[in-house]
Ligand binder design. Structure first.
Ligand code: TYM
Length: 371
């Protein structure tokens, strides 16, 4: 039995990211590649400095093409089965950074079909409702409306389907079963679905009538989708899509990624700031049983979910982050105070983000792609 599982539908156990690179056959982002990216970005993004984006396929090739004057586009997405949580924002914040640095267009897929097919209890109408709700979060990240195209699979089916069947023709059931673990109990919709998620790897090329390189920023759970997409690409005369992968922000409990299936340890972008603060005050930490013991022995930031939130999203300054770490280990920092400091930042972030979501309602139509 593997000690951890990472699939597009399940992340279980303590993920060993070095092992995952080997298991999935991707490449680590090394110092040389970081230097290359830094040349374009001027300053390395905090997600790269901290190894949160840690793995890739063909990123050097994407940069070769870019440096030779061939622009790439970005492709990422969301399966709208509920409200957006902070984990989903990680690839999107980074995608926005890449859009700014490289002036790239972004195609953003909302897989309402996937979630309807995969989640037994989800009604079609609810998946459609969450499509619009989640699109507000995407827009709130600040993407350029002139360069960003958001689409729902159900609405954009005419264009997507044409591309998807060309892809599907080259993927056998036995490949799909090996990559995604389908069984004879899987419904036939979900078996076809990988061709729909593969389609945006190529359809901008199809729409524009020229072969355009594609870079996909996402957490590593989505990687299985890109393997058949990459195999099919040359058969259809397209470039293989490149990827840049991130790690998972954990939930507020003990271990495990942030997941909507555990709402008490998950911060949704729509949570009232006070509710989010309450969740943080109940978070699992690396603290000792009593304040006295903590002062004497120090805490353990390495296992602390609160520290992870500073690390991933809520303390950009490396010096200040180190101070949090050292003070915790040295027993100067007490969990109650640390949780309050995080809660304050998260409340401020949510208040701002929710204002941006409100404003997004007025401009959503500028972003939606229709056929
Ligand atoms: P979904 O809705 O499960 O997740 C949306 C994006 O969030 C990433 N993610 C996380 N990142 C960091 N920490 C976490 N705890 C965390 N949980 C989820 C996912 O990797 C994803 O990037 N099938 C896809 C929708 C999709 C898509 C795409 C995603 C369609 N096309 C292209 C990425 C790229 C889905 O259900 O994602």
């Amino acid at each position: 039995m593997p000690r951890f599982v990472v699939t597009p539908w399940e992340v279980k156990g303590k993920v060993d990211y070095d092992k995952l690179i080997q298991r999935f056959g991707t490449q680590p982002i090394d110092g040389k590649l970081l230097k290359r990216i830094e040349k374009h970005a001027k300053q390395l993004h905090v997600f790269l400095r901290r190894g949160i984006f840690f793995s890739h396929r063909d990123l050097n090739w994407i940069l070769d093409m870019y440096e030779n004057g061939k622009k790439f586009y970005l492709y990422t997405g969301r399966g709208p089965s509920g409200h957006t949580h902070l984990g989903h924002l990680i690839p999107w914040v980074f995608t926005k950074h890449l859009q700014d640095v490289f002036g790239a267009e972004l195609y953003f897929q909302l897989t309402d079909d996937e979630k309807f097919l995969f989640k037994r209890e989800l009604a079609l109408q609810d998946a459609i409702g969450f499509t619009y709700d989640n699109a507000l979060d995407v827009i709130a990240c600040g993407f350029d409306p002139k360069k960003t195209f958001i689409f729902s699979d159900l609405e954009y089916a005419k264009t997507l389907y044409k591309m998807a069947i060309q892809i599907a023709k080259h993927i056998t059931f036995s490949t799909a079963r090996a990559v995604f673990g389908f069984t004879s109990q899987s419904n036939i919709g979900i078996i076809f679905f990988p061709a729909i998620q593969a389609a945006p790897c190529f359809f901008p090329s199809m729409l524009k009538g020229e072969n355009i390189p594609c870079l996909i920023p996402a957490a590593i759970d989505q990687d299985p989708y890109w393997r058949p997409s990459r195999d099919v690409a040359p058969k259809l005369g397209f470039f293989k899509p490149a990827q840049i992968h991130c790690k998972f922000i954990p939930g507020l409990g003990k271990g495990g990624k942030m997941s909507a299936s555990q709402p008490e340890t998950c911060i949704f972008t729509t949570d009232l700031p006070e509710l989010a603060a309450k969740k943080i005050m109940n978070a699992f930490t690396g603290g000792m049983g009593t304040v006295r013991e903590q002062r004497e022995k120090g805490g353990n930031p390495n296992i602390c979910s609160v520290y992870q939130y500073f690390y991933f999203l809520f303390e950009d300054d490396d010096e200040k982050l180190r101070k949090i770490y050292d003070e915790c280990k040295g027993g100067e920092r007490i969990c109650g105070d640390c949780k309050e400091a995080l809660a304050k930042r998260v409340k401020k972030f949510l208040t701002k983000h929710q204002e941006k979501r409100e404003r997004a309602k007025n401009i959503i139509q500028k972003f939606m792609l229709r056929d």
